[in-house]
Design a protein around this ligand. Structure first.
Ligand code: HEC
Length: 458
């Protein structure tokens, strides 16, 4: 019959909602009561009595849950004390109402107090189940910073490419892996398996089954052996429905134990292979737009160009490169390119779509060595001029939709060193057989099912 108490404990999450609703209702009745003619005087004691009974059941079941589910006294203390206060106060209100059923000012204050304690009990209970940051987590990060809430986000382990040898194996590599994968369940507040993995002391202290690290012998250390059990195994860590550590992370834990499980050995002194270490090096992010040493263009020059009709802005606040578009300048023609002479080197994004420019504009673009995105949709471009784009040494995305390009003319771009993607929707090329180029070709040759909304005229 050992299971009865833990089972009863698990009814706690069910019970707790009843006193919240019922006692709230009782307090509401008190505040709605009229002084002279109290219509609720029969109901109020009943409400307090049922509220008290369920508050009592919640408190008892909560106590058993605390006893059997590995919560520490520190974690549950406030919640537990407030819970019993709720029971006592609502019982007292019940008896006092039964003997003297009138609503006085002092009664209102007492029941207001009960409501406050009830809310606090619920709040601290919620924190135990969902974590302290449950409510704040969903706020926008700006607001969180404003409210002074520190968001504890442990990132996956990343090792520096330089000087990683100097890092302490445990502190610099193992602890971050545990922080990322384990401590949501193994921390001083929530000691699943009586194990705290937030510090070296906790780790060495072991769990309910004793030591979890057997120095020098990974197979015999639960810290490692539990991770490599089949996922279906009950003892597999982390439990199978949770995010699993990477293979390299598990290997590193193994290597740490086999190297003696020391707290002060450095990575360089251990016999960990560099190929394992290198799997944790931060991947360098290649920026989309080219790096540049160009000076920024004066705002004076930019506003003059805007007056001419160009849409023009920096691609980012601290970046001198420019985004230029003729979207508001449909009359743009080849000779207007001269207007952009002073900034041509700065252009990283150029949109000449649906303007009056001709195919030979492509020949002029060679001087703009930073063009990364080029949109010339809807221009009368057939072919040869595409060859000039070989001079655009940073071109990555090219938009040729609704032009006259063919597969043959596109082959002029084959082998372009930086070009990643070319868009050729609604062109002769899109109905031709696709060729294999060094870049990706978007022909738009897929048919979207017609939606009812497609035919609505707005
Ligand atoms: C979702 C919660 C959760 C996560 C995440 C989690 N564990 Fe556990 N862990 C448990 C529970 C619950 C137990 C107790 C039940 C058991 O022994 O299987 C436990 C027990 C253990 C034990 C046995 C302790 C003992 O002495 O018996 C070890 C070792 C362990 N976990 C290691 C880890 C490691 C290492 C990680 C991260 C890679 C991890 N756990 C992540 C929930 C978790």
């Amino acid at each position: 019959m050992d299971f009865l108490l833990p089972l009863f404990g698990r009814f706690h999450p069910l019970f707790v909602h009843l006193p919240i609703g019922i006692l709230f209702f009782a307090v509401l009745l008190i505040f709605l009561s009229k002084k002279k003619k109290n219509n609720f005087s029969q109901v109020i004691p009943i409400a307090f009595l049922t509220g008290t009974v369920f508050a009592f059941l919640s408190a008892i079941s909560g106590f058993f849950q605390y006893q059997h589910e590995g919560y520490t006294w520190e974690t549950v203390r406030i919640h537990l004390i407030l819970g019993w206060c709720t029971v006592a106060l609502s019982a007292w209100l019940y008896f006092s109402f039964r003997s003297k059923p009138d609503v006085t000012k002092i009664r209102k204050i007492q029941s207001g107090g009960l409501l406050l304690i009830l809310i606090l009990t619920g709040h601290f209970g919620g924190n135990i189940t969902h974590g302290d940051d449950y409510l704040f987590e969903v706020l926008p990060s700006g607001l969180q910073t404003f409210l002074g809430i520190e968001i504890e986000q442990s990132k996956p382990l990343e090792l520096p490419t330089e000087n990683w040898e100097e890092l302490a194996f445990y502190e610099g590599a193992i602890q971050p892996i545990l922080n990322h994968n384990c401590i949501s369940c193994h921390n001083p507040k929530n000691m699943k398996g009586e194990l705290d993995l937030t510090s070296s002391e906790g780790l060495l202290g072991g769990g309910e089954g004793g030591k979890i690290v057997n120095q020098g012998n990974a197979e015999n250390s639960k810290l490692f052996s539990r991770l490599i059990l089949p996922k279906e195994d009950e003892e597999h860590m982390p439990p199978k429905e949770k995010r699993q550590p990477r293979k390299a992370e598990i290997e590193l834990i193994k290597a740490w134990i086999e190297n003696g499980g020391s707290m002060d050995q450095t990575l360089g002194d251990s016999k960990v292979s560099t190929s394992l270490i290198s799997q944790f090096f931060a991947k360098e992010k290649i920026p989309f737009y080219p790096k540049t040493t160009l000076q920024g263009i004066s705002s004076d020059t930019l506003s003059k160009l805007r007056e001419k009709g160009f849409f023009i802005e920096n691609i980012a606040l601290d970046n001198p490169l420019l985004r230029v578009s003729c979207i508001n300048f449909p009359a743009f023609e080849d000779k207007d390119w001269e207007l952009l002479n002073s900034v041509s080197e700065h252009i990283a994004y150029l949109d000449l779509s649906d303007s009056k420019a001709s195919a030979s504009i492509l020949d002029s673009l060679g001087s703009s060595s930073n063009i990364t995105v080029l949109k010339v949709n809807g221009l009368e471009i057939t072919g040869e001029n595409l060859f000039s784009l070989k001079n655009c040494q940073n071109l990555k995305l090219l938009y040729l939709n609704s032009t006259d390009v063919t597969m043959e003319s596109l082959s002029l771009l084959d082998g372009h060193p930086t070009l990643e993607k070319v868009y050729v929707f609604k062109t002769p090329a899109s109905s031709q057989e696709k060729k294999n180029f060094s870049f990706e070709l978007e022909t738009g040759d897929y048919l979207l099912p017609k939606l009812a909304t497609d035919t609505i005229v707005y």
